[in-house]
Design a protein around this ligand. Structure first.
Ligand SMILES: NC(=O)c1ccc[n+]([C@@H]2O[C@H](COP(=O)([O-])OP(=O)(O)OC[C@H]3O[C@@H](n4cnc5c(N)ncnc54)[C@H](O)[C@@H]3O)[C@@H](O)[C@H]2O)c1
Length: 343
């Protein structure tokens, strides 16, 4: 590597800690950690033995710090656009968590600021870098399942402990916050373009005291069907409505077609891959072990290499905007009860 970059990590929550770890393992130097809660920022840094980093409470100071090459945004959704735009205006490259922004218009403003400044930008869809996604994509391409294929995923969780996740004007619920990982995974594996979406759902966790203070709750439950230009179908039940301590057993991702199928956890959060994917062809069954990849280290390495070698980033504005548009189409279908044709 020609140059270790100096990185400012904004946000010291769950993802901020993963960013600090990813950048450090990728061989770059985290020079500051910012959080409204300075104690949380310090603890996050110390966890990676970074005792001497600068702790900021105000991300404007972190961005203005002349040492910084890359700003790594792990803040709540409402801050993605302001932090990215400010960083670009200061000539800093930006790595930003998904989803891209609170609205398409905001996402476009982020892209304009980055292009105007001539800096690089990448968005954190690390789950799509999992070994399982690559493996199942290869099998699909080899025709192991035949065509058309159906790919299905499932995520059922309690009302989120981070309440802002349920705020329609905050993180905007699971359709915006989390479904994007699966929408991206399906089209990666199928190598297909989505053409229409149908979804039903709504706010199922109504009247829960822990989220009653929000002006408006985001849709927390959706049953989603996506049709692709190849005739393949993606489908998911996603919900954050369950009562406390209701632990529904996780169901594996599945893909099948007229010739065969596979099941297992195809994409994973970080270094927590499931151990195997089962490939089923006729009456044959093969258990294929999964590599345990540190997806945060990999995504930071890829972004740094893209900057140094002037290469494309794994996921940038095109993917971020496309996933946001698909999530909005899901919400539109739920609201109108109609199929949404994607143009
Ligand atoms: N890629 C993934 O798999 C994945 C997974 C979870 C979350 N995320 C995304 O990462 C982002 C952060 O989520 P999280 O789970 O880490 O949230 P979190 O609540 O755990 O952490 C956010 C941190 O930001 C701090 N903060 C909030 N506003 C701030 C401000 N204005 N200035 C400085 N600090 C501020 C909070 O104090 C908190 O510590 C979200 O956009 C979320 O959608 C991505």
């Amino acid at each position: 590597m020609q140059k270790p970059f100096k990185v400012a990590v904004l946000g010291a929550g769950d993802m901020g800690k993963n960013h600090i770890r990813g950048w450090t393992l990728a061989g770059h130097e985290v020079v500051s950690v910012t959080d409204l809660n300075p104690q949380a920022a310090r603890e996050a840094a110390v966890m990676m033995n970074l005792d001497h980093v600068t702790i900021y409470q105000d991300y404007r100071e972190a961005i203005a710090d002349p040492r910084v090459d890359i700003v790594s945004v792990a803040l709540p959704l409402v801050e993605h656009a302001p932090a990215t735009i400010l960083a670009a205006e200061h000539g800093k490259h930006v790595f930003c968590e998904k989803p891209l922004a609170s609205s398409i218009e905001e996402g476009i403003r982020m892209r304009e600021a980055v292009e105007k400044a001539g800096v690089r930008f990448a968005i954190g869809f690390q789950r799509n870098l999992a070994h399982g996604v690559e493996l199942v994509k290869t099998w699909a391409r080899e025709g192991k399942f035949g065509r058309p294929m159906v790919i299905s995923s499932d995520l059922l969780q309690e009302v989120r402990p981070k309440r802002i996740m349920h705020d329609k004007f905050g993180n905007q619920g699971p359709v915006v916050d989390t479904l994007c990982h699966f929408l991206l995974m399906w089209q990666t594996i199928l190598e297909a373009k989505p053409v229409r979406i149908y979804a039903r759902g709504g706010v199922y966790a109504k009247g829960r005291p822990e989220i009653a203070h929000f002006r408006e709750l985001a849709v927390d439950t959706a049953v989603v069907t996506v049709e692709y230009d190849t005739g393949d179908i993606g489908t998911m039940t996603i919900s954050w409505c369950l009562a406390k301590d209701t632990k529904m057993r996780p169901r594996p991702d599945r893909i099948f077609g007229p010739k065969g199928g596979a099941e297992g956890k195809f994409n994973t959060f970080g270094a927590d891959a499931g151990t195997e994917i089962v490939l089923l062809e006729g009456d044959g069954e093969e258990r294929v072990p999964l590599e345990q990849r540190d997806l945060f280290r990999i995504e930071m390495e890829l972004f740094a290499r893209a900057i140094l070698e002037n290469k494309p980033v794994p996921y940038g504005f095109e993917t971020g905007l496309e996933m946001l548009r698909l999530s909005h189409a899901v919400l539109e279908s739920i609201e109108t009860g109609k199929v949404v044709e994607l143009t």
